[in-house]
Design a binder for this molecule. Structure first.
Ligand code: 6CS
Length: 334
């Protein structure tokens, strides 16, 4: 081959390699750009784009369907990244339902931040389980304590009698609300506002910022903090995509995740209080109740049954994760 055509060929290969290196990565999440998952995603994008030629294309809630749809798309490799909470992933990875054992996670934000970062259960035991589903688990992070919003006041478990309570499509979450005395009704998020409006359901749970941003106060009248859980979420990559990347790109992703994690922990300081004040301003008649220890007793009692159900559902694998999580929580306690 002539030297000139060899050089032209080399240049073409370099160009192609360059083109392949400057990819567009599609990243979907379950919330809007202004909500916690959206803030995390924007930080991730910012870091990737500032430190490489890649572009991250963000798909907020609704642009590609419901949570179940974006998970399917990520597993199929149509999306490179998906942020989905174990509230939905638990239907795919039974052990991920551990995040719905009531009163397992603390509500203290500092403790939580250290837990997700350092937990052996989260960072070593869960990744192989996600891998079996074609997913690289990149990080888990908290979105705040969940509160119930209902049409009637809730002071104790019996107040949930006959209440059709919306839960994410997660079998253990269904069992939790059954144990709390309600009639659990699993629904995708997109149906919740309408179902409350038409009285198909009479309650739902979510972190405070989400109660404000999604206007849950328009279709419910009472907010109750039982302290039974914190909303956990997770960022995953399609495993084939991730494994096919070079070391440099894998490191770039790990760094972007770390930057976004630190950012989102700080971002949420005081967020619940701030968003609750906005709810009160928008609807002064909304009642806000923090249950006392005595009032929580029946929810705490129910938690033991839910934990037993979790172990029944997941066997030795789930039991080992639960035990490790408890040890990790103890080790990271302030
Ligand atoms: O309840 C849900 O389904 C939704 N909650 C939050 C806080 N984020 C996304 C999720 O789909």
């Amino acid at each position: 081959m002539k030297r000139s055509s060899l050089l032209a060929g080399t240049a073409a290969v370099a160009m192609l390699a360059g083109a392949a290196a400057a990819d567009t990565w599609r990243y979907a999440f379950e919330e809007s750009l202004q909500e916690v998952q959206g803030q995390f995603a924007q930080k991730f994008k910012e870091h990737v784009e500032a430190n490489s030629d890649h572009t991250v294309q963000l798909f907020p809630f609704g642009t590609l369907g419901e949570s179940a749809d974006i998970m399917e798309q990520a597993q199929a490799g149509i999306l490179q990244f998906v942020n989905q909470s174990p509230g939905f992933t638990g239907a795919l990875i039974p052990e991920a339902q551990v995040f719905f054992v009531p009163y397992l996670l603390p509500t203290d934000q500092e403790h939580l931040a250290a837990f997700y970062e350092e937990s052996k259960a989260v960072n070593e035991m869960f990744p192989p389980l996600y891998e079996e589903q074609g997913l690289e688990l990149l990080v888990m992070y908290p979105e705040g304590e969940v509160a119930m919003t209902t049409k009637e006041p809730v002071q104790t478990c019996t107040d949930l009698d006959e209440v059709k309570f919306r839960v994410m499509t997660n079998p253990l979450l269904v069992e939790s609300y059954r144990a709390f005395g309600a009639t659990p009704t699993p629904l995708p998020w997109g149906e919740v506002y309408g179902a409350l409006q038409t009285n198909i359901i009479q309650g739902q749970e979510n972190p405070t910022f989400f109660l404000y941003s999604t206007k849950m106060y328009e279709v419910t009248d009472h907010i109750t903090y039982t302290g039974h859980n914190v909303f956990t979420t997770a960022l995953m990559a399609n495993d084939d995509f991730y494994e096919g990347l070079g070391d440099e790109d894998q490191q770039l992703i790990q760094d972007a995740v770390e930057v976004a994690y630190d950012f989102i922990v700080e971002y949420q300081e005081g967020l619940a209080e701030q968003e609750l004040a906005k709810i009160k301003e928008a609807k002064p008649e909304m009642t806000v109740t923090v249950l006392s220890e005595e009032e929580r007793a029946c929810f705490v009692e129910a938690a033991a049954d839910v934990e037993a159900t979790f172990i029944e559902m997941t066997g030795d694998s789930g039991a080992a994760i639960l035990e490790q999580m408890k040890a990790d929580l103890e080790a990271t306690a302030p």
